[in-house]
Design a protein around this ligand. Structure first.
Ligand code: PLP
Length: 425
């Protein structure tokens, strides 16, 4: 495998290099266990002194190929695939935080992550302080505590569609000497290389653009290998781990300490591993990520332009649309395009929003986002339904907001469907 490959080549050939006579296409290794000949070698693998697969809760060759491809795409030192995006977000945090710890997060997050932070992390004794993503460095720093362990944000907030000010958040993280974790699900490893913008750990729901065909739930955590864990704040990474005969992750695994510890402790003990079949599907999806993302971006921009001239539309949000408040930031961090999500406010309110979605024929009412087919959703009554109105507003959700995940169909047919939908209200 060539480290100099460009993203389009990594998408297709990264992570799996068959030897002579082996399958050309990444096989599904549908096996929970692995055979060994030498008990001494097996003992070494158990003690993390030798490489090898032991049990598919911890690693599997199909899943490993996906992990390697993803790490190559983002320029990280390693990755761990998980059962879902939710478990990726959770593990990225549990790998650093325990009861009594504190996190500072941008408030514009996916609703499920807000629930995770405010309900279950709270139950675990981990406290999250949310900040307005437009707050100044000083305002964000004022939230910091002695036990602040990390800074968290999303590349493109879902569904507020604010582009994260990476420079500002990474400045805060550096001042506090804590890692900066970013959910790059909507940014995708193709459109946004977060490690070039001060991020230390990225997380993804691969369920979205990575799989890209709405077939496999999955998540992944990628380690940028660019944070000095030996700073007195991350003792679990530095001090001996009694559950592995006193192994010290930083000493043993250097740059890959974080991701190794995550695999061998969190996958081992909590077990939200990705299945080989889902890894196979996600890997297949990634083979066309670069082609799909170019088309998602192109279609979304065209639809955003069309909507912004429509008399039944109050406003349109698309970071790549000239004049959008996020436009300059999108040009800085998302040079190849602003992904496939756009939102707009329909004239009227909740009723009109619901009737419009009912009238569409090609663009379907669907909860998820980021696959080849165009879809639409009313977040206030669905994904963000469990949040209070105040929480909805701080995460960028208003009652008239419709979110469109613009697919890769022919844009003329998408626009025609919207035209018919507007006629019906
Ligand atoms: N992060 C973001 C930005 C998401 O949009 C989602 C799901 O919509 C998740 C995380 C959770 O991922 P999953 O549904 O794969 O658990």
């Amino acid at each position: 495998m060539n480290k100099e490959w460009n993203p389009g080549t990594i998408c297709i050939q990264g992570g799996y290099t068959p030897k002579a006579g082996e399958p050309r296409v990444l096989p599904i290794f549908q096996s929970t266990t692995y055979k060994y000949d030498d008990p001494d070698y097996l003992e070494e693998v158990f003690n993390l002194k030798a490489a090898g697969h032991l049990y598919s809760r911890i690693s599997n060759p199909t899943v490993a190929a996906l992990e390697e491809k993803f790490a190559m795409l983002e320029g990280g030192v390693g990755a761990v695939a998980t059962a879902s995006g939710q478990s990726a977000v959770l593990y990225s945090i549990l790998n650093l935080c325990s009861v009594g710890d504190h996190i500072i997060s941008a408030s514009t997050l996916y609703g499920g992550t807000i629930n995770l932070f405010t309900v279950n992390l709270k139950k675990m004794g981990i406290e999250v302080d949310f900040v307005d993503p437009e707050a100044s460095v000083e305002e964000i720093l004022s939230k910091a505590k002695e036990n602040t362990k990390l800074i968290y944000g999303e590349t493109i907030g879902n569904p507020g569609l604010n582009v994260l000010d990476f420079d500002k958040f990474s400045t805060v993280a550096k001042k506090l000497d804590v890692p900066f974790i970013v959910d790059n699900t909507v940014g995708t490893p193709y459109l946004c290389n977060v490690f070039e913008h001060g991020v230390n750990i990225s997380v993804h729901s691969t369920t979205k653009y990575s799989d890209g065909h709405a077939q496999a739930i999955g998540g992944i955590i990628v380690d940028g290998g660019n944070f000095n864990w030996d700073n007195g704040k991350n003792l679990e990474l530095v001090e001996p781990d009694p559950s592995y005969h006193g192994i010290k992750y930083v000493e043993e695994f250097k740059d890959a300490a974080y991701i190794t510890k995550l695999r061998v402790t969190l996958l081992r003990d909590l077990g939200a591993c990705q299945s080989p079949f889902n890894a196979y599907l996600t890997n297949l999806g990634l083979e066309t990520l670069h082609l799909r993302m170019d088309r998602h971006c192109e279609n979304a921009l065209q639809l955003a332009k069309w909507l912004s001239n429509h008399p039944k539309v109050n406003w349109v949000n698309y970071p790549g649309l000239e004049g959008d408040p996020q436009y300059d930031r999108s040009q800085k961090y998302l040079k190849k395009g602003s992904s496939g999500l756009l939102t707009f406010g329909i004239k009227g309110g909740i009723e009109e929003a619901k009737n419009f979605t009912k009238a569409l024929k090609l663009v379907a009412l669907v909860v998820t986002l980021g696959d080849t087919r165009s879809s639409i959703l009313h977040p206030a009554t669905t994904t963000h339904n469990q949040l209070s109105e105040q929480e909805q507003r701080t995460s960028g959700v208003t009652p008239d907001l419709l979110r469109v995940s613009v697919g890769v169909e022919d844009i003329r047919d998408i626009i025609k469907d919207f035209e018919e939908g507007f006629k019906s209200i």
